[in-house]
Ligand binder design. Sequence first.
Ligand code: PSU
Ligand code: MN
Length: 310
Amino acid sequence: MNNLLNQYLDVTPEISAAIRDGAPVVALESTILSHGMPYPQNLDFAHRVEEEIRKHGALPATMAVINGRMKAGLTEGDLELLCKNEGGTVQKLSRRDLPIALATGVTGATTVTTTMMLANFVGVKFFATGGIGGVHREAQTSFDISADLQELAQTPVAVICAGAKMILDIGLTLEYLETMGVPVIGMGCSQFPSFYCRESGFDVDFVAEKPSDVADIAATKWNLGLKGGLLIGNPVPAEHALDFETMRGVIEQALSDAKKEGIHGKETTPYLLARIVEITGGEALATNIELALNNARVAADIAVAYANRN
Ligand code: PSU
Ligand code: MN
């Protein structure tokens, strides 16, 4: 890491050493904490997800911006601050927000986009999240396409997710990724999963049978000097999956409420996530937690397989 970056970025000694030694590290985002789950379940999840990565032989690197400094690896105090989000003062930071946040001392949570950016600054190649952002329904009039897709096109980090929620247009999201040259891999599944559900009706490009398959494809992509990342869809474990038809109805309801309330821009995704949890009476939150823990385990296994290639 160069000195210029050091001016803006703090990496814990444990993570620095692991990167230097080529040991497996898995990045984690903080928007899922501050804007994706309620307190205190988010804090409990933050601890459990880090623990799960360690149990699977990798080191967790949770990313955020605290008082205008990028952080790879958070203290307990940082996690509490982000999870409590008192007075809603923790911003949701995308690529366009990062320079402003660093120059003005903002505290904010990193999305898939900014977590990939920080991971890349630090040298972390694998990142576990819940679901990615994508092309929103009716994007042809709203122009609402998550910056996550552009980031996958340009930043060399592999993102392990449970697919994308049906709040998005999954078909158009996959079309966009194809245009941008991002491989979409199913972890033991032939359909790209839809977050709460194991299926979506849309096929992945390749079905990986084991974590080392993904590690081999990622290594090949980067050995060739190809720009950008990979997207791995890892379906929610069957015992925690929710019914596809039921969730379709819940999501229609949440989308129509968002429209009525005039929600738009960066507020859209957090609003829909919270509304879905309200409508399902917390069932969706339990599933969200389980699928994200499962992604962390698989991401750790992939990172370990990648480290063992040499
Ligand atoms: N989708 C989810 N859970 C999340 C997010 C998306 O199912 O927590 C968060 C992620 O941080 C993602 C961001 O990067 O929302 C996308 O926001 P937008 O749609 O505004 O790009
Ligand atoms: Mn958006």
